[in-house]
Design a protein around this ligand. Structure first.
Ligand code: UD1
Ligand code: UDP
Length: 378
């Protein structure tokens, strides 16, 4: 019997991390795969789907400018419920810790449809960092039926919460699948590589590139203002150039644009599609970010990551020494960057450490696990 899998995607990072899995599911004839967008994000989501050649079957088109969490949650919950009523899938796959993932998981739970949680078991054990994501991922892990944990540590977190061992599968993170696919695409196509390079004519070969992203809700306001001060200070160095693709969230854009527009050595640009962003990561000397996904990706490119947060749900990366937490204190950020810019030995050690998040086979492993699950139910 053909099983129907409904994959729910709402934001940019979910799309990047679900894209390789969607392709792996589509290649498996035992499954009828249905891709459903909430479109919690619009432009940033469409950018990813286009790069990965994914066409949605259903699009709830929910994004509103400056959306509030309660309204968004309510719309995802009722929107997905209506989809479930019509589609009647055998399993719903959600990813990570977004409002889309939490509310879609809840909608499936209410209809007694099994939920598979991709990137399960990440924890900071601090409900306010990241906010509201720590709550979202915990809610999903309370109601899910299958857990695709990226590492042994995320598995251990789930076991400590009394999730049955047979429901947990350690697969690595699908973001590495997405990254390796994209790196290979760029490397194997000289014309594409040249085209990507042409998009950033303002970058100097002899200046070190600091790539920046920042959007976390708990950093809005004061945190982001202090980060911008650090960037302004770093930009005074003439051996440095800073590129910041600014998230479309108006709360982010207001602060960043008003503090950093028109400064020498700082380039504020629009969010990049994944091909361009991977290209830019590969050109960067170091990366400053509060993003979850970039903490997992950048070490595979040998790029040190300074994380603009006090706590991370990705402690494997801190332990492996591939990322360092620097919070949002201006002087701490400037000092951490200066060390990586000025101390070559330190930089070399930082950039050569192994990435703990997998080998690019996570999607295949998830598909194999789903096949085994359904075979055992026959
Ligand atoms: C959300 C996720 C966060 C994830 C981040 C990835 C939640 C609670 N938060 O952040 O976990 O790390 O996405 O980027 O689910 N906007 C656009 N176009 C877009 C995307 C956003 O205009 O393509 C603007 C809209 O005004 C929108 C706002 O940004 O209302 C915020 O979007 P939202 O998805 O609510 O962002 P966050 O919650 O900050
Ligand atoms: N990314 C991108 N374009 C950009 C900035 C980031 O494609 O301009 C990618 C990045 O490589 C990573 C993902 O988007 O895979 C991270 O998304 P985001 O920072 O929005 O969310 P988070 O990872 O914090 O959930």
């Amino acid at each position: 019997m053909r099983r129907k899998i409904l994959v729910v995607i709402g934001t940019r990072p979910e799309a990047i991390k679900m894209a390789p899995l969607v392709h792996a599911l589509l290649a498996e004839p035992t499954f009828k795969t249905v891709v459903c967008l909430t479109a919690q994000h619009r432009q940033m989501l469409d950018q990813v789907l286009e790069i990965f050649g994914i066409t949605a079957d259903i699009d709830l088109n929910l994004m509103k400018q400056g959306q509030q969490l309660a309204e968004l949650t309510a719309h995802v919950l009722t929107g997905i419920d209506a989809v479930l009523q019509v589609q009647r899938p055998d399993c719903v796959l959600v990813h990570g810790d977004t409002t889309t993932a939490m509310a879609a998981g809840l909608a499936a739970f209410y209809r007694h449809i099994p939920v598979g949680h991709v990137e399960a078991g990440l924890r900071t054990y601090d409900m306010h960092h990241p906010w509201p994501e720590e709550m979202n991922r915990r809610v999903i892990d309370v109601l899910a039926d299958f857990y695709y944990a990226p590492t042994g540590l995320s598995r251990a977190n789930l076991l400590a919460e009394k999730i049955a061992a047979e429901k947990i599968f350690v697969t690595g993170n699908t973001v590495i699948d997405a990254l390796l696919m994209t790196v290979a695409r760029i490397q194997n196509d000289a014309q594409l590589h040249e085209k990507l390079a042409g998009v950033f004519p303002y970058l100097h070969r002899n200046k070190k590139l600091i790539l920046v992203t920042g959007h976390r809700r708990e950093n809005h306001g004061d945190g982001l203002t202090k980060v911008c001060r650090a960037l302004a200070e770093l930009a005074r160095r003439d051996d440095v150039q800073i590129v910041y693709p600014v998230h479309l969230n108006p709360n982010v854009r207001e602060v960043v644009m008003s503090s950093l527009a028109e400064r020498d050595n700082i380039y504020l640009i629009e969010p990049l599609d994944y091909l361009h962003f991977v290209y830019l990561m590969s050109r960067a000397h170091l990366i400053l970010t509060d993003s979850g996904g970039i903490q997992e990706e950048a070490p595979s490119l040998g790029k040190p990551v300074l994380v603009l947060r006090e706590v991370t749900e990705r402690p494997e990366a801190v332990e492996a020494g591939t990322v360092q937490l620097v919070g949002t204190d201006t002087q701490r950020i400037v000092a951490a960057c200066a060390r990586l810019l000025d101390d070559e030995n330190y930089y070399r050690q930082f950039s050569q450490r192994a990435n703990p998040y997998g080998d690019g086979t996570a999607s295949q492993q998830i598909v194999a696990s789903l096949l085994a699950q359904f075979a055992s139910e026959k």
